[in-house]
Structure formats: C-alpha cells, structure tokens
Design a protein around this ligand. Structure first.
Ligand code: PAF
Length: 283
C-alpha cells in the first residue's frame, strides 16, 4: 500500500492510475477505523480497480467545544487494517497540507446545513463539505463511499456534488450495527459500560417508530415522535437532542409519513453524542 502525506504525491500517483483507465474508488475517513469503514472499503474494492482511503481528522468540522483534540487516533493500527484490506493508497495529510495559513474558501449547502445536526453543531457541514470537495479534487475518484449512519452528511454531500457538477458517483452504504443494534461509530469507545447499555435507547426508539408506521399504520409525525421520545426519556442521564421525521430528498420536516422518509435522532450520554437513523422507503 502506498502512503502519501503530500497532495503532489497523490496527484502524481492518480495521474498514472487514470492513464491505465482504472476506476478509482474512494473512502474518506477520519481514521480509528472500525467495521463500518471496513464495509465501505470492501464495497469499493468490489466495484473499483483502485481503492484510495483518506485519514484526516478535519479540524474545520469540529466546533470550539467539541472533541477535536480527543477524537480517537491510532494511525499504526489503521495502517495495519488498510494493508490487510489490500487498499492501494492511503492519503494521510497533516492540517497544514490541507489548510494553508491563508485558507479562505468554504463550501456551504444552504438550508440543508443548519438543521438537525447542524443546529447542534454550527459550522459542522461547512467544514465537512469543504474538506470532502478538496479530497474529491485531489483524488478525483469515480466513486466515493459514504455510510448511511451519517445520513445528513450523505444527503448534503450528494446535494453538493449535484449542485456543483462534481464528476463523482456517491455510493451509499448501509449502517453497520453491533449485535444489539447500536450503530458502529468511532465515538462508541468513549462510552462507559453503563452508558453503553443506555446507548441502545435511540435505536430502540427508531425501531418502535418504524414498527408503528409499518405494522400499526400510524403516519402522524407528531404521534410517532412522542412515542419515540417516551423510550428515550425512560433512560436516566440521557439527553435527547432531536428526533425528527424528514423527507430523504431534501431533509424537510413532514407532518404525515409518506414514502422515502428518514427518521433521524441524536442523544447525548455524559460527554458522548450519538446519532442514528432509520429509512422508511415503503409504507
Ligand atoms: O464521516 C467522516 O468521517 C467525515 O465527516 C469525513 C467525510 C471523512 C470528512 O471529514
């Protein structure tokens, strides 16, 4: 596996690969790789000829009081995993390589970025879109793989790619879950044993809402959200940040559930924020 820390080195390698007409698959990550990332990498390996993974903990998507400094990092372990998965190239730049001192240009998807996660993490999606577009410009992938676990991120990146005519296909991949249903996330390691037990309440709430829609034919968002909230509020020391039902195409809230909606939620347990969602494609 080739490891590049510099943009110029990546560009040189990509030029060679493009000359060979190989299809490039790209998995952007912030490292501390887990089962979720591995499933994206495996999908890229199946669908493409050359797989690039980036590991970059992007400072611009963290707010001043967020966990940038303590975000888990273990590059040696990650490199072992990537070699094992037979990834072709790892791009692992440092912050100065990605953001020069006089960096001034930002990408912002209007309306989609200040709701749901964006309300609790102001500026987060501006940082995400900016770094993702930079990575696309550096790596020039044919396909890029994103997990549905970060559904709002996925929908916003798709919108950015569409609006700005970025020549890449965004491939969405199912959320990988632990046995009890908890969505796999790098942040799960912060949870104490007791918090880990409580953490499942968000998934339980989402499943309850899905059940009410599919089996009890209850479609009023207000009723569904109340039922979901009840499950989360039963857990002590769990703060519900939001639980909303929106259209998957534009993230707009809806009063009555219809086809292609997504239920998104976020909770905070101690210092750990967890997000999850469930897609309702059929009624
Ligand atoms: O999902 C992530 O890990 C990050 O938001 C991403 C897409 C790598 C951008 O920094």
């Amino acid at each position: 596996m080739r490891i590049c820390k510099k943009i110029n080195e990546v560009r040189e390698e990509i030029r060679k690969i493009k000359k060979e007409n190989k299809m490039i698959g790209f998995v952007p990550t912030m490292g501390y790789l887990h089962k979720g990332h591995i499933s994206l990498i495996r999908k890229a390996k199946i669908e493409c000829d050359y797989t690039v993974v980036s590991i970059f903990v992007n400072p611009t998507q963290f707010g001043p009081n967020e966990d940038f400094e303590r975000y888990p990092r273990d590059i040696e372990r990650d490199i072992k995993i990537l070699k094992n998965e037979k990834v072709d190239l790892l791009f692992n730049p440092d912050t100065q390589e990605m953001y020069k001192e006089d960096f001034k240009t930002w990408v912002y998807v209007d309306e989609y970025s200040d709701i749901l996660e964006g309300k609790f993490r102001p500026g987060h999606f501006k940082g995400v879109c900016t770094v993702v577009l930079k990575l696309f410009n550096i790596i020039q992938p044919d396909k890029a793989y994103f997990g549905l676990k970060d559904a709002q991120q996925l929908i916003i990146v798709k919108k950015m790619v569409d609006d700005l005519n970025v020549p890449v296909e965004i491939v969405e991949c199912e959320t990988v879950r632990e046995k009890d249903g908890l969505a796999v996330s790098s942040r799960n390691i912060y949870l104490s044993k007791e918090e880990r037990e409580k953490s499942i309440c968000l998934y339980k709430a989402l499943k309850k809402m899905e059940d009410l829609i599919k089996n009890k034919k209850i479609y009023e968002s207000k009723i569904l959200i109340e039922e979901g909230k009840k499950i989360i509020e039963k857990e002590k020391n769990v703060e519900l940040q939001y639980l909303e039902i929106v259209k998957i195409s534009n993230l707009k809230r809806i009063e009555k559930v219809e086809k292609d909606v997504i239920i998104l939620g976020a909770i905070k347990i101690g210092n750990v924020r967890l997000i999850d969602n469930i897609v309702i494609s059929m009624l």
